[in-house]
Each structure stands twice: as C-alpha cells, then as structure tokens.
Design a protein around this ligand. Structure first.
Ligand code: ATP
Ligand code: MG
Length: 332
C-alpha cells in the first residue's frame, strides 16, 4: 500500500483553503492508507520572520486543529517536523543533488521574495532551499503520495526529480513520490481579491476565512466577497473568478459540483447566503472538537511525543541508507 505524507506550516491561523485543499482529504481518505504521516512543518515556517512566542503558539494550535479536524492518532502519525532530525540530515544530502537554478525557478519562491521585498525585509536563504527540505520531508518516509493543494504541486514535482536523480546517481534509495490534488477547491481564492490564493500568512481582513472564525464573521466575510460585474451566476474561473470561487467553496462544502450549482442560482445574494451557511456548518464540528482539545493540552502533547517517536523510527533506515549510498562512512 502507498504511504502518504503531508504537512502544514504554522505560519498563521489555518484557513478554509487549508481545510478544503488539504486537511479534509487527509481526514476522509488519506489517513486510512498504511502508515500515513501528517506533520506540522515548523522548520518551514522559519523561512520568513517569526516571533518565537507566536510560533510556539501557532505550532500547538496547528497540531490541535489537525486533530480537531479528525486526524486520528490511532490510525496515523501526527508530529512536529523539528522533533525528527532526519528531515534536516536528509535535506543537506538533497541540496547536494539539487541545483541553484532549479530552486530559483520555483514559482512560490519568486512570489514570496516579491512579498518580502515589498515589506522591506531581507530574504532568508532558507526560503530558497525550502523545497529541498520539503523533498526531504517526503523522501525520508518513502511516501508515494503527497496530498496537496495546487500551489504545492511544483514542489512535489521537485521532490520527484530529486528522488529520481539521487537513485540514478547513487543506486535505488528513494520511492519517487507523486502529488495528489482534490477534485474541487484545490485552490481556494481570497474572497476580496479572487485572483490570489487564500493564504494563512496573507494580510488578514475580510478576504480570508479562518477555521476558528465565529459563525457571524464567516457570514460577514462571505456576504462581502468581491463578485464580478456580470449578473448571471456562471462558473467561469478565468472570466468570473469571484463567483467561481464561491461556487467551488459551496460545492466543496456540500458535495456538489460547481457547474451544476451555477444553474441553481439566479442571484449572487442567494449564492452567497447559501455558501456562508455551508461554510459555517462545515466548521462547526471542527470548532467544537477544538474547544474540547484545548481543555486537554496533555493529550495533544502526548500525541506529538508518540508521533515523533514513530516518525523517527520510520525515517531513520532510509536516511542512513542515503548517507551510505552517497559515500559517507557510517560512524564507527
Ligand atoms: P502560507 O501563506 O504561510 O504559505 P498556506 O495557507 O499556503 O500558508 P501551507 O502551510 O503553505 O498553507 O500549505 C498547507 C496545505 O494547504 C498545502 O497542501 C497547500 O497546498 C494547501 N493550501 C494552502 N492554501 C490553499 C488554498 N487557498 N486552497 C487550497 N489548498 C491550499
Ligand atoms: Mg503556502
């Protein structure tokens, strides 16, 4: 059976995009595959400036929300990236098979560099090498499938390339992984600027729905979503991105399909109202479970401790094999 690995960065409060694009699928299908691993990728968060106290808080909150959404530590492994040294050990070896040019071509690198420069912040070297560490996250476990939203597909392709290149140069060591993406809501867009992805480290405000938003805030954000100048409800991602985004969110929340839903609605107002209620209903059980888990922090800590132990045992043999294959002597 294929092993699954995926992760979320503790860079902000989790959004509806993280839920529909990643988390919900992990819960519904991926965790039931053999030895699935889900990781709070805290080292990745350090590719941009983070306040230490906030990072600690968000790492706990992200792990808690993963469990609240329904990841079951009895069937899968949930852990923090920084608790398993194999990720950084392997990342260095992969830096030795990756090239500077291929890193600089990564779309997300270019986007995040532009954002850093707008803020007048310097660009961390780790932002450039981030996809290599992500490749190490995946390859260390021999994961065959990586369920991600659209924005991460290019990085999984890079992990594929690095695995194949390493295997070809040094002998078969890694499983060559592939990305899997959701059929609908693979790229939830910002409600205020629907040509940009909804992201948790974006400036917040009305465009981003957070998993822990109060129902009335969700309603307000969805009702004020930017739509298009047209009048008919049509599903056209290029021409009518605002309405298409709402249709996709509604479809993802209700199990429908966006084209068919477009025929059902005659006004933007009705579409927004139903979308808002559908989102509120999807978030309700996650928020309730999150409240319960917050009352029991020792449980969450125990899950992460056990998770790290299991993850380390799974990663170790592969990473050791990579060290030997590339020509490093084992310690005496
Ligand atoms: P950041 O802004 O810090 O990059 P993010 O919201 O993009 O945060 P990540 O931690 O980078 O979140 O990604 C976690 C998972 O959520 C990935 O699988 C990613 O593809 C998915 N994801 C992120 N944003 C969206 C979105 N708007 N629509 C669908 N999937 C998304
Ligand atoms: Mg991201």
């Amino acid at each position: 059976m294929t092993r699954v690995f995926s992760g979320i960065q503790p860079t902000g409060h989790l959004t509806l995009g993280n839920y529909l694009g990643a988390l919900r699928r992990w819960v519904e299908t991926d965790q039931h595959q053999a030895d699935a691993l889900f990781c709070v990728v805290d080292l990745h968060a350090l590719t941009v400036d983070q306040d230490p106290a906030r990072l600690r808080r968000l790492s706990r909150q992200t792990a808690t929300l993963m469990l609240a959404a329904g990841l079951d530590p009895e069937v899968c492994t949930v852990f923090l990236q920084s608790h398993v040294d194999e990720h950084t050990r392997l990342s260095y070896l992969l830096e030795c098979v990756a090239s500077d040019g291929e890193m600089r071509r990564m779309i997300q690198y270019k986007e995040k560099v532009a954002r850093q420069q707008e803020r007048g912040a310097s660009v961390r070297l780790s932002l450039l090498t981030y996809p290599v560490l992500m490749a190490a996250d995946i390859l260390a476990y021999g994961a065959g499938e990586v369920p991600v939203g659209d924005d991460q597909v290019q990085h999984v392709e890079l992990a594929r390339d690095l695995a194949a290149r390493f295997n070809q140069r040094y002998g078969h060591t890694f499983v060559v992984p592939k990305a899997t993406r959701p059929g609908v809501a693979a790229r939830v867009m910002n409600l205020q600027s629907p040509t940009a992805k909804m992201g948790k480290s974006d400036e917040s405000g009305l465009g981003v729905v957070y998993l822990l938003d109060e129902p009335d805030d969700v309603r307000k954000k969805v009702m004020r979503a930017v739509t298009d100048s047209g009048r008919d409800v049509e599903y056209d991602r290029e021409g009518r991105p605002g309405v298409a985004n709402l249709l996709e969110i509604l479809a993802a929340c209700t199990g429908g399909n966006p084209e068919a839903l477009a025929d059902v609605y005659e006004s933007y107002g009705a579409l927004k109202k139903d979308t808002a209620e559908a989102v509120v209903e999807v978030l309700r059980p996650v928020q309730a479970r999150h409240r319960e888990l917050c009352a029991d922090p020792a449980f969450v800590e125990g899950v992460l401790r056990e998770g790290a132990k299991k993850a380390r045992a799974m990663a170790r043999p592969t990473v050791d094999a990579a060290y030997r294959a590339i020509g490093l002597l084992p310690p005496a």
